[in-house]
Design a protein around this ligand. Structure first.
Ligand code: AMP
Length: 592
């Protein structure tokens, strides 16, 4: 059986896992890290870096480095880099492609099937965008599942007793809380709630503000105006936050942070855990309302919970654990690493789907029943959102309702599909609109139009409208601006594949390009030192050889042909010969 993977495509970090032998295991990346920062950076020579190498470039290349792309999924936000613009799907695909590559290197075989997780709060457009990102990365997405559901899968295996469980997931950018029922071979999500804009990033920002304000009080300069200083402080804030999860205090020490009036300025600030807790108290508090709402929706009291699972890196913060304890009256479990839990569950689900499709005995026969995260409605007279499917309905689902016209002799109706809990259409998210025409002229209220909502197991929605008199039918074509068309996706796939080829060429050429850069730097610095002591002819020859190598380096390494590389190697060798005397003179200088 081909290997399948489970991917937790996180806001801050991503994680990939597989079922190996009979155990779900996290796949480390080529740097040996068990999670990969969800960061992409474009370098000036056309390289696209993902993960820690990208994170490292953030300080020197802040404009071309992209964080928290997941927050933009399903929107028309675009990143400008490499002289063009990229959709959130394309950037996410770069992360997914890297995880796929890491998995292939680890498993020693091609991997092309995956289960990818999304926050329970993601709407249809965001789920579809995630699926598209998978396609662009060359993955067949077997299923999109909710992160808390996935975590429950990872835990459900370890303690299979029937019970109701709360999954409290505080990650880098999102907060999700779900009430799950683990039954006899079935995990059902009873209710979900959360906050799409709450997570560890907000804790980092509070600490960053504290550090920047302290620095401004002491030095009278606003470091926020200096992009690379701000980036260093942001990094340090994140690290300090993590240290405060195990220590009572930490020191943020950043020498030579920036210059002011020609003087170097340093940062040296001690932060106590108690101070950090005061700064972030309201953020922790903000998780209470969704917890209460999820319990209400599930119709249960905290006393009915069998256990509470902690998921997401931010649940390592002691004040968060304490808050969950006092909110639920349960000692929360964190026996599975909170950063890895979701990917492990996704790997189990991928394995289950794949083995089932091949008629083999799956690792587990746990069946996944997911729910709609938000209610679905259509807009009716007076801008009212008329609900068709309630929030937390178990998937897959199919529901029809008959509507009619509002005005006399109306020959067409516009169906505006909405997602959200608010009573008025304008306060909900419009997923798309379509027109059903050809309605027979009749008095208002006479035509019968059947509207059908179909949601598949991935949570992806199709809406159709049928005139019951004529049988004329129309189904939705979502025109949401955040959504990519099939043509756009195909173009993005071609672009990603072309880039993967360039990447391979770049790796093959790296040695020659590196040697050329080194040789050029050596000769140029030697020439700067001893140039005045050699005759004009020699100087001219050395300069020409330098220019020749520099010309050979002008092309981006990924775009160099074999002939370009041969020419570069020849130019480098020529420079080594022509510049040997100058280099010799300079080295005698420094030895003497
Ligand atoms: P996740 O999206 O689950 O990988 O969670 C990532 C978030 O967890 C980031 O905001 C991290 O800074 C945060 N995080 C990771 N480890 C710790 C820790 N030891 N203490 C506090 N926050 C952490």
């Amino acid at each position: 059986m081909a290997a399948t993977i489970g991917i937790d495509l996180g806001t801050t970090n991503s994680c990939v896992a597989t079922v190996e032998g009979d155990r779900p295991t996290v796949i480390p990346n080529t740097l040996g890290e068990r999670t990969t920062p969800s960061v992409i950076s474009f370098t000036s020579d056309g390289e696209r870096l993902v993960g820690t190498p990208a994170l490292r470039r953030a300080a020197i290349n802040p404009d071309q480095t992209f964080f928290s792309v997941k927050r933009h999924m399903g929107t028309d936000w675009r990143a400008r880099a490499d002289e063009r613009s990229f959709t959130p799907q394309e950037l996410s695909a770069m992360i997914l492609r890297q995880l796929k590559k890491d998995a292939e290197a680890y498993l020693g075989q091609p991997v092309d099937k995956a289960v990818i997780t999304v926050p329970a709060y993601f709407n249809d457009t965001q789920r579809q965008a995630t699926k598209d990102a998978g396609r662009i990365a060359g993955l067949e997405v077997l299923r999109i599942i909710n992160e808390p559901t996935s975590a429950a899968l990872a835990y459900g295996l370890d303690n299979g007793t029937p019970q109701k469980v709360m999954v409290y997931d505080l990650g880098g950018g999102t907060f999700d809380v779900s009430i799950i029922e683990i039954g006899d071979g079935v995990i059902e999500v009873l209710a979900t709630s959360g906050d799409n804009h709450l997570g560890g990033d907000d804790f980092d920002e509070r600490l960053f503000d504290h550090l920047a304000d302290t620095f401004e009080r002491e030095n009278h300069v606003d470091l926020r105006r200096d992009a690379s200083a701000a980036q260093r402080v942001r990094e340090a804030a994140r690290q300090a936050k993590c240290e405060l999860s195990s220590a009572q205090s930490t020191v943020v020490n950043l020498p030579f942070l920036m210059q002011s009036g020609g003087m170097p300025l340093h940062m040296n600030v001690t932060v106590m855990r108690s101070e950090f807790e005061r700064m972030t108290h309201d953020l922790v508090e903000r998780t209470s309302a969704p917890v209460v709402r999820a319990l209400d929706d599930a119709g249960i009291a905290t006393s009915e919970l069998g256990c509470v699972l902690l998921v997401g890196g931010s649940t390592r913060i002691p004040a968060v654990v304490e808050h969950v304890r006092s909110l639920t009256g349960h000692e929360p479990s964190n026996s599975i690493n909170p950063d890895e839990c979701v990917a492990l569950g996704a790997a189990i689900q991928a394995n289950t789907l794949e083995t089932a499709s091949e008629g083999l005995v799956p690792y587990t026969d746990i069946l996944l029943l997911d729910v709609t995260p938000l209610s679905l409605a259509i807009e009716t007279v007076g801008g009212v959102a008329t609900r068709v499917i309630d929030r937390n309905t178990t998937l897959p689902t199919h529901y029809s309702q008959v509507f009619t016209t509002a005005a006399a002799f109306q020959t067409s109706v516009e169906i505006n599909v909405l997602q959200g809990e608010r009573p008025m259409a304008k306060d909900n998210k419009s997923l798309g609109k379509f027109k059903l025409g050809g309605i027979k002229r009749a008095m208002a209220g006479v035509p019968q139009i059947e509207v059908t909502f179909d949601i598949d197991a991935n949570g992806i929605l199709t809406v159709s409208a049928k005139d019951l008199k004529t049988g004329n039918e129309q189904s939705i074509t979502i025109t949401d601006s955040g959504r990519m068309s099939d043509d756009e996706i195909d173009a993005a796939i071609r672009d990603a594949e072309r880039y993967a080829e360039e990447d391979a060429v770049r790796a093959k050429n790296a040695g020659a390009v590196d040697a050329a850069h080194r040789q050029l730097a050596t000769v140029e610095s030697a020439l700067a030192r001893v140039g005045k002591r050699i005759d004009r002819d020699e100087k001219k020859r050395v300069k020409a050889a330098c220019a020749n190598v520099a010309r050979g380096l002008r092309k981006k390494p990924g775009k160099m042909t074999d002939a370009d590389i041969q020419a570069l190697i020849a130019a480098t060798e020529e420079l080594e010969r022509t510049g040997a005397h100058v280099v010799e003179l300079a080295s005698q200088d420094s030895n003497g």
